[in-house]
Write a protein that binds this ligand. Structure first.
Ligand code: GLU
Length: 297
């Protein structure tokens, strides 16, 4: 049995909780979207395991998005980015006995998540990272810890004319290189999308009129819409299933099991729901039931 100690954030957990309770915007400002995370005291792991090495070092590098409000978002002047993926990363680090001071948040964009894991640039990835068969051929993906689906983001004035994924035909749709969203738009809906490295660049292009829509996971789009509610609107029913997983080094089954156990614990003790409410919940997404985890192989 691990001994757990509760650790307050440097900013003061009481302050953080009371500010979060007051309600803030999409969790992109103010540094108050962090939950209180338990940091295990001297956790024990099998000798030689990745968990033992990370726990011993007291350090972990987590690949995250830094431009997706509500998911993974860097706030100028703040050490810790904000978003649901960030809180999940903090929960996993905490179970390894690593506190916020031991976490390096490394930016990953959609296209470099597999190479970053393969080359050891990051220990794990928590970056709106859908579990797919193709990705699981080259990296490990534990989870899912969240399920969302692809939708479209349009300018407010277009919300009654662009209403279904079929409407992607013949309009300029921006999505991101290396994402499932780009592939679905092209392969399933015959769109000729505009591929860019990040979603924030796509949203810039939507706002300045260069493209007509942005497509990716609803959870990501809702974060951008919450930042600019007068001008941007999320439309269409979800037309794919995106199961977010935690990336780890391929074939490290012990690590997969540890991540799954940690996620399961957070589902049960309410930490997962608290993380959701403090981040995506602030963008107006209702807290779902936690998903069923895939078994580790
Ligand atoms: N969840 C999708 C994916 O992993 C789209 C979001 C992203 O690119 O991060 O490809």
């Amino acid at each position: 049995m691990r001994l757990l100690k509760t650790r307050a954030l440097a900013t003061g957990a009481v302050l953080a909780l009371s500010l979060a309770a007051c309600g803030d915007d999409a969790g992109t400002g103010g540094g108050d979207s962090h939950i209180e995370v338990e940091v295990a005291e001297n956790p024990e792991f099998p000798e030689g395991s990745t968990m033992a090495k990370l726990a011993e070092a007291g350090e972990i590098t987590i690949g995250v998005k830094k431009d997706q409000p509500g998911i993974g978002f860097e706030v100028p002047g703040e050490d810790i980015p904000e978003g649901f993926d960030i809180e999940i990363g903090r929960i996993i680090a905490g179970a390894l006995g690593i506190d916020d001071g031991g976490i390096t948040w490394k930016e990953t964009i959609s296209d470099n998540r597999e190479p970053f894991l393969q080359e050891g640039e990051v220990d794990i990835v928590a970056a709106s990272y859908s579990i797919t068969e193709d990705r699981r051929k080259v990296v490990g993906q534990a989870g899912p810890y969240y399920v969302t689906g692809q939708q479209l983001l349009v300018r407010e004035e277009d919300k009654d004319t662009i209403t279904s994924p079929e409407d992607m035909k013949g309009i300029k749709v921006c999505s991101v290189e290396g994402s499932t969203s780009l592939e679905t738009a092209e392969v399933e809906y015959g769109a000729a999308p505009v591929p860019l490295p990040t979603y924030s660049e796509c949203v810039d292009q939507l706002e300045n009129g260069t493209v007509d829509a942005v497509t990716t996971d609803g959870a990501i789009l809702l974060g951008y819409a919450a930042e600019n509610p007068d001008e941007l609107e999320v439309v269409t029913e979800p037309f794919s299933e995106e199961r977010y997983g935690i990336g780890y080094q391929k074939d490290d089954t012990e690590m997969c099991q540890f991540i799954n156990d940690t996620l399961e614990q957070s589902f049960e003790d309410g930490t997962w729901a608290a993380a959701f409410e403090a981040t995506l919940g602030e963008a107006g997404v209702e807290t779902p039931e936690p998903p069923a985890l895939d078994p580790c192989e």
